[in-house]
Design a protein around this ligand. Sequence first.
Ligand code: HEM
Length: 321
Amino acid sequence: MQNSRDFEAVRNDITKILRKPEYDDGSIGPVLVRLAWHASGTYDKETDTGGSNGAGMRYEEEGGDPANAGLQHARVFLEAIKEKHSWITYSDLWTLAGVVAIEQMGGPKIPWKPGRSDFANDSLLPPRGRLPDAAQGSDHLRWVFYKMNMNDQEIVALSGAHSLGRCHSDRSGFEGPWVPNPTRFSNQYYKLLLKLKWQPKNWKGRQGMPFQWAAKAPGVGDDGEELMMLPTDMALIQDPSFRPWVEKYATDKDLFFDHFTKAFAKLIELGVYRNEQGIATFDHLNNSGGMAEYKSAPQKSMRPGASDSGKDGVQISRARL
Ligand code: HEM
């Protein structure tokens, strides 16, 4: 299966659409990383459900989950790739886009294996409520990530992806970037967590804004954009078991890259069980038996239509190849 499909060509085409000067900080890379993570982070080890196999975010129950707000942009950007390589499954495309984006933004090369399948309908979707709530603390982080079979070290390593991208008030409610250069994968997030003087954000009268932490970036004047940390980010330095990993990753970039690579590769494999042909089946979910084929779902939409535009319904052009 792997040989007959040109995944290298898909990688190259994903690379070509990453730069987008008019979007956020000039790259769609960060939102693609978040898509790969949210596609995978629904895994629950007790029930062996969820994970990246199936690409459930094509359906309203998962795609319209407020925890996934904003990811419709990532999915629409990737429609250009799906149009050109219509054989690829959405579940392979979304996870591959995440690893290509990380690598292209200066991060490590993360092992990625093809073979994921797309659900044919919404009957096997994981329930909502498995992705993390940024307003909470370390107990919640453990509850969420232990379900994915991740330990404290892996929680801290994965959180380092917040060296990329930003929060959007119209998506999660939170606002701002974690680091001054949010399109470069680095260990800057850990350094700034430890180094800056984080204060509760002063929203200056803006109503209904959530609690988050704020600090001035080093060398930035009063009119420069503030950096931010979520309550869950701050939990990493408040919790005695998380904190030593923040300290290690802040001083040892190679160790962070190594641990991030392993944890992200594990994340995108959760709930993915390939048969001898290398195809990930859904047999463990419905005991249906039988052979799975590498059969991709038809293209979703060229435009963010009603069923896949999320709650804010923002219109955004798909990327061009
Ligand atoms: C530890 C628990 C986590 C929480 C509570 C959390 C929460 C959030 C929130 C609230 C946002 C802002 C979304 C928006 O407003 O657009 C965000 C963005 C992001 N998250 Fe996380 N996240 C977590 C873990 C992770 C992990 C494990 C990864 C990847 C390995 C990740 C990658 C990202 C990226 C790349 C963005 C930026 C997206 C963009 O710029 O559009 N996060 N996260």
